[in-house]
Write a protein of this length. Sequence first.
Length: 515
Amino acid sequence: MQEEKITTVRLILGDQLHYGHSWYKHVDSGNLYVLMEVKEEAAYVVHHAQKVIGIFAAMYNFSTYLRKRGHRVLHLLLDDPRNKQSITANLDWLMVATGARRLEYQLPDEYRLDEVLKQFAQKAPYAVVAVDTEHFLTTREAFTEIFGERKQYLMETFYRKMRQQYQVLLQDNQPLGGKWNYDHDNRKAFKGEADVPPPLGLQHNYSTIWQAITSSGIVTIGAPRAECFDWPTTRKEALCVLDYFVKALLPHFGMYQDAMHTRFAFLFHSRLSFALNIKLIGPLEVIRKVEAEHHQFPERVGLEQAEGFIRQVLGWREYVRGLYWKRMPVFGQENYFNHQGQLPKWYWTGETKMNCLKHAISQTMEHAYAHHIQRLMVTGNFALLAGVHPDEVDKWYLGVYIDAFEWVELPNTRGMSQYADGGVLGSKPYVSAAAYIDKMSNYCKSCFYAKSLRYGDRACPFNSLYWNFYLQHYELLKGNHRIAMMIKLVDKIEESEGQKIRQQANHYLENIDTL
Ligand code: FAD
Ligand code: DLZ
Ligand code: SF4
């Protein structure tokens, strides 16, 4: 029997694996679905091995799913001789080879690819149509609709609007429990008060995929863990991770959200970001599940645990995306403090005597994962205090985490963590000396450096670097009322003390690779 003619090619990017997308509701053999493993996408930054394996495996599983549903699929593998290793170069030959007269793609989440595909469409001699990914709860334009043309965009304003729009944790349109935000209850250090459940333990053997990646010459970092790959790569598995989260981890999630511990890389975190970002699972189903668990078992899953989680997904996740589309491409070039430094070499190995950084970086290399406070208050904090160029910091974060895609990585890194936007996202720089890290973790207890010393060979580098940061950027920070107390303390620093701080900080900065 002759195969039906292909009329439309539908492109699916590696982070667009949305099983419920309306594209797949009806089978039409005139449509060819195309997924491509390409070196170009694996090379715009050096990615963690698990990120590349995870994306390729999830693409493979998604292709299999579509085929089983009766759809026509071309999954272009890395070593396919036809593969030109670039999305647009592949589209060029594919459109000719199939004779299709129409190309459809889902709106990319990343500015770079969005521009590439827009330009490609302008030149194409056939119809090109972009459709929504049907994944997010807000549109790219949400920020302008909510905030107009303001200079600052408060997450809390955005979050409340989202709660109302989607009727989440509300009663008579008012927040359940009388408060919108239980942030103050989300800051407990973990001292072993509860058992930390072991990771769910998905076990895949993806060594064939890993072999193909290495043979193709793609450069990666970090441990592949290909034979015991434990990130979800199908929708079914993503749902298992969600299930495990609400049953085993959510009861303690909010409380220990900011805690860090040498023995537990994941603590009570969901590890859902990868599945969410490649769209195996949707934000609303995650939110509804957590909300339902709270309603059904309020004793076990207190409001502060549920709200603490929902705020991240309904609030922060949608908020950073809105800000990304509002502020790109300028956002990606900002450098408020004019920092020019390089990342210390040990950011790639974890080989440093600074225990907090050693743990946060080593687990990043081992699991392609660190939780929010490790990213913000350990690695991000240090990079900002050390004056590293935001481009370098962005590149690192975009590469090392399995969940890193620019729309979410860049606002968090350049905006929240590095304050390179001068305070559009966050109202003050997230910097701290050792005291905060000590309060929220057990890292300092077994550290080579002394958390309470500011001067000397054993002084914790965070301490002098912290005060040095305020002295160095005094003019840029003195008008910020959120840090008025700090500025008062800086004003009290005598000239001789200031010199000692600078000396100690400069000594550390000059020897940064050996800290
Ligand atoms: P949980 O702690 O269980 O939180 C639940 C979910 O909330 C996450 O899965 C995520 O989807 C969402 N969420 C939580 N915080 C944020 C946030 N600040 N912004 C957006 N979504 C959030 N997240 C990414 O998904 N990709 C990134 O590339 C990324 N880069 C970051 C870089 C820096 C410097 C910082 C400070 C944060 C970054 N985050 C990023 C946010 C956050 O650290 C991760 O979403 C979280 O650690 C993922 O682990 P989890 O799924 O166990 O999260
Ligand atoms: C990150 C990534 C990698 C490593 N490889 C591919 C790939 O081979 N094919 C593909 O379609 N997508 C890949 N991706 C994801 C994209 O680079 C890109 O980050 C997202 O589509 C932007 O949101
Ligand atoms: Fe980190 Fe300083 Fe604590 Fe060591 S003493 S773990 S370097 S904060």
